[in-house]
Design a protein around this ligand. Sequence first.
Ligand code: BYC
Length: 330
Amino acid sequence: MYAQMVKSTGEGVKSLDEMEPQERAFQERINADVKIEPKDWMPEGYRKTLVRQISQHAHSEIVGQLPEGNWITRAPTLERKMILLAKVQDEAGHGLYLYCAAETLGVSRDEMTEQLLSGKAKYSSIFNYPTLTWADIGAIGWLVDGAAIMNQVPLQRCSYGPYSRAMIRICKEESFHQRQGYDIMMKLVKGTPEQKEMAQDAINRWWWPSLMMFGPSDTDSVHSAQSMAWGIKQNSNDELRQKFVDQTVPQADYLGLKVPDPDLRWNEERGSYDFGEVDWNEFYEVLKGNGPCNAERMAARRKAWDDGAWFREGLMAHARKKETRIMAAE
Ligand code: BYC
């Protein structure tokens, strides 16, 4: 039923009647909310879509450490430093769970890294913006992790078991991340006029890039219809963006900060906010590699990969020696 529902909005999505028996049985399992596991048969397109999304998600977690890592040595107190350190370490953990989930689909972590470094695989556009002040760390936790939670909570119900299970744990940790960001913003807005101004400047710069995290508008989203039919995505990009705006605007009001959107207003009839158009030109420029920090982020990841070569070689040498010893003992 679900697949047929999507067919009406998404070109190229097959209905059950158009499917071969094996594919139909697969789709029926998804429609019945039965998880797909690594050894189950799956259409090649389903596997590829998952590898693309999960690996991009993993890369986002890893690249996402860079803008915040930039502030670990400059956090204003020891407590803030410890909290930020723990958060950045969590992001590394999220990347690892996700790389492992993608590996169950037959792609190695080295291959995924190679795709990131060659520019074939993407990572979230949001991490191509700079963290200029301490308030940016608050804004990232509040807005960026807030947007991530909005997007990731439905992914806990993803049809692919390993991705769904990774998301359950990740979401628990993201809630803590969002709270720590909001806590930083609360502190700043209650501080000196300069500190409040810093908080306002951060929301001014992070609001629109946060809305871009949800991806292109539904009319331009190439993968949504098929991903929704396969139960990978549960909601469209625009649906989640709207939910994020509705949830976040009252939080900004509570902080006494102004959302930088002149078109933002409560729509009584719809029971949600109307908001302005995202600058899609900026979004696509960032995706093409022309954002403020794309080159810096990729250079940092390339350096990390090159600096780790000795370690990978050491591990391989150890594995070879161990294998030789085992074979000699047999
Ligand atoms: N940035 O057809 P569409 C975090 C690409 S990190 C870059 O709608 P889809 C955190 C898209 O990939 C969490 N690219 O695609 C970490 C596609 O290009 P390709 C990050 C984007 O997949 C550290 C094309 O545009 N979250 O929380 O159906 C510190 C067309 O799009 C973006 C995830 O990764 C973007 N914003 O939907 C703090 C969530 N948007 O692949 C926090 C998992 C779109 O054909 N991913 N593109 O070359 C998803 O949920 C989905 O992949 C998306 C896009 C909603 C992002």
